[in-house]
Design a binder for this molecule. Structure first.
Ligand SMILES: [Zn+2]
Ligand SMILES: [Zn+2]
Length: 228
């Protein structure tokens, strides 16, 4: 279990994993998990939704905090403390690219990895209509710099805009709680007890990982190679 109390604290501090490992972790779970309940009969990101429910709540609560002289500034919650756990476990300085996010990696490397991500690709393609308009405008190669809705910014692009005005902080917190609410239903739908997940719920984990890890991978997987 990744979510014992000590690990939960570490994962909160580091805001989860680095972009590459956050998406890799989600994808591996989607590809390999075959025993679940729910309409997909497995191939669902169960541990991922548990992890991101916690992280979304952590960040949303932090952003909603009132500014005060005694505490860190509320938007400091967007600044990770400590490294990605998986990077840390695999430290081998000879390997280039280990710390690169998908957003920065080259097309060849992405193609090689994406070829093995059959279920993740299917999931991204099935839901693209629902999340395409909710992509971080600055992760989005189709977006023009500085013009998108700042409420949709991923944590990296949001952190660059600190200090954030309070209305923006509150709006981002509400959005994150909304995504978290959908994800709770999705988590329940993967057990024997929950009802079937609806569209917004099915898309919620992509939005959650997109917020914490940037949108490089789903944008890549949902782009028709003919069009790219
Ligand atoms: Zn990492
Ligand atoms: Zn972004």
């Amino acid at each position: 279990d990744i979510m014992d109390a000590g690990m939960r604290r570490l994962l909160r501090a580091s805001l989860g994993l680095c972009p590459r490992h956050a998406w890799a972790y989600a994808a591996v779970e989607v590809e390999l998990w075959q025993a679940g309940a729910g309409s997909r009969g497995g191939h669902q990101p169960f541990d991922v939704t548990i992890l991101y429910e916690d992280l979304l709540d952590h960040v949303a609560t932090g952003l909603e905090r009132k500014s005060s002289l005694l505490h860190r500034h509320p938007d400091d919650v967007l600044v990770p403390v400590g490294p990605c756990r998986i990077c840390m476990e695999m430290v081998s300085p000879g390997q280039p690219g280990l710390r690169m996010g998908y957003a920065n990696s080259n097309t060849e490397a992405l193609t090689a990895e994406a070829n093995t991500l059959i279920h993740t690709t299917t999931w991204c393609l099935e839901t693209v209509g629902l999340w395409r308009d909710r992509v971080c405008p600055e992760c989005d190669p189709a977006g023009s710099e500085g013009t998108g809705d700042p409420v949709l910014l991923c944590r990296f692009h949001l952190a660059r805009r600190r200090p954030l005005p309070e209305p923006l902080r509150n709006a981002v917190a509400s959005r994150l709680q909304e995504v978290r609410g959908w994800m709770r239903h999705l988590t329940a739908s993967m057990t024997d007890f929950g009802g079937a997940a609806r569209a917004a719920e099915n898309t919620s984990w992509i939005e959650a990982v997109g917020f914490f890890a940037g949108w490089g991978l789903p944008l890549y997987l949902a782009t028709d190679p003919e069009e790219a």
